[in-house]
Design a protein around this ligand. Structure first.
Ligand SMILES: Cc1cc2nc3c(=O)[nH]c(=O)nc-3n(C[C@H](O)[C@H](O)[C@H](O)COP(=O)(O)O)c2cc1C
Ligand code: SF4
Length: 128
């Protein structure tokens, strides 16, 4: 276990150890924005010496505009629409089609591996 406590450099960032708190939705955002409760939660983790803290989701327009965050993470929206970033870049700014139904978790356990269950059923209906 001693290895966990060794520092590491990642792309210019020095982490004091090799533990990472993965992205976790905390249900503490207010109106989609960071709240004092969220800040306190993250401060507790930092005081608990977690090496890298990945925050959970919140609305991103504001934090991107103000440069409060450098990167935006998406998982399910990109399962449904692998071309989503290109679509937005090219000017079609309609919301992501993913409806957050979580059915892709089941699909990941299927022999086909992960896919958007909703998108596939839409395609089947269209063919139908
Ligand atoms: C099918 C599927 C598999 C996932 N696998 C992992 C995983 O292996 N490790 C992990 O930390 N998060 C995993 N996640 C969580 C995502 O990385 C992400 O944090 C979560 O889906 C919320 O982001 P989203 O609203 O953009 O989907 C998975 C999510 C989905 C839908
Ligand atoms: S199955 Fe549901 S949650 Fe998963 S990508 Fe498709 S619409 Fe989104």
């Amino acid at each position: 276990m001693a290895e966990l406590f060794e520092g590491i450099k990642i792309n210019g960032m020095t982490l004091k150890n090799r533990s990472v708190r993965s992205a976790t939705w905390a249900g503490m955002a207010e109106d989609g924005r960071c709240s004092m409760r969220l800040i306190e939660l993250i401060a507790d983790l930092a005081q608990g010496e977690v090496g890298l803290i990945i925050t959970g989701f919140a609305y991103v327009n504001h934090i991107l505009k103000t440069r409060a965050a450098d990167l935006v993470s998406m998982s399910r929206p990109l399962i449904r629409e692998p071309g989503l970033v290109r679509r937005w870049k090219e000017g079609d700014r309609k919301k992501a089609k993913c409806i957050s139904c979580n059915q892709c978790f089941q699909a990941a356990r299927s022999p086909d591996g992960v896919y958007c269950v909703v998108e596939r059923s839409v395609k089947v209906k269209k063919k139908g």
